[in-house]
Design a protein around this ligand. Structure first.
Ligand code: SAM
Length: 261
């Protein structure tokens, strides 16, 4: 079967650019790591430029959008990382674990196996994102799917060994990373086909669902109903739309995944 992002990844590089605040938080969480594996690396967003990065990415469509300045991606998937135990200083997985299907737990445990130091997972808490106007009132199908596909942050922390911290990452109004969560401030983005298709939320919906949502948002913007109901959001500079960063520190000295030398 073709990797999912071979179908929905085209154009991703245009509207999903790095958010500088999120990059800074990832950088801080990686600490002094020199070698970092980025699993579900996609086009390379959030890869720290001054460290040695090994990129793991199963989709050709995503891998070919990687700029030449970044390391080429190794075609592999999270559930079986082609790396030895403890062979990298750190691991990162940015907005990808929810695509790992039946490899989610195995993949997260693989991050712990291969990294001797910190692990940084950026994810979404579907209990929070599902309350955002778009998912709650227009697109409950995505809220439902997210509950099934995003492991809860506490679950990720548990798979990582229990000592992980979970932090809220508010999303800035002007973030250049137009994830579905960024739509909290931008109903107009729902009308932009390119922007929609670069979010897996929209891209995984049927045409019928997408047309319904686009039609309703267009109508509610034109009539002023959207602004009446949610217009107070336009005054905010950032908002908690569910984005979370889960950070595990160095692994314990014993137990599975110990370095094999
Ligand atoms: C939303 S994109 C995120 C890409 C990148 N991390 C970023 O922040 O821009 C999700 C990525 O996960 C990749 N992916 C899907 N299933 C995967 C799996 N089983 N193992 C590793 N990566 C996977 C997709 O191909 C896609 O590139």
């Amino acid at each position: 079967m073709k990797p999912r992002y071979d179908n929905i990844g085209a154009g991703y590089g245009r509207s999903r650019r790095e958010d500088p605040q999120l990059l800074a938080r990832i950088q801080a969480a990686l600490g002094s790591a020199r070698t970092v594996v980025n699993v579900g690396a996609g086009a390379g967003s959030y890869e720290p430029p001054e460290r040695h990065v090994i990129a793991i990415e199963p989709s050709d469509v995503m891998a070919e959008q990687r700029p030449r300045s970044k390391a080429p991606a190794i075609r592999a998937s999270a559930g079986a990382l082609p790396l030895r135990d403890g062979s990298v200083d750190a691991a990162m997985a940015i907005l990808t674990v929810h695509h790992w299907d039946d490899e989610r737990e195995r993949g997260v445990r693989e991050l712990r196996r291969v990294a001797s130091g910190p692990i940084v997972i950026v994810t979404c808490d579907p209990r929070v994102s599902g309350q955002m106007w778009l998912l709650r009132d227009y697109l409950p199908e995505v809220a439902e799917l997210d509950l099934q596909t995003f492991p809860l942050p506490e679950q990720l922390a548990d798979w990582l060994g229990g000592d992980a911290q979970i932090e809220v990452v508010p999303i800035a109004r002007d973030t250049p990373d137009w994830s579905l969560m960024s739509y909290w401030a931008h109903p107009e983005r729902v009308l932009d086909e390119g922007a929609r298709n670069a979010t897996s939320g929209f891209a995984r919906m049927t045409e019928t669902v997408v047309e319904r949502v686009v039609g309703r948002v267009r109508q509610d913007l034109a009539s002023g109903e959207w602004d009446r109901r949610y217009g107070s959001l336009r005054a905010l500079s950032d908002f908690d739309a569910g984005l979370r960063i889960v950070i595990a520190s160095s692994r314990r000295a014993s137990g599975p995944g110990q370095a094999d030398g």
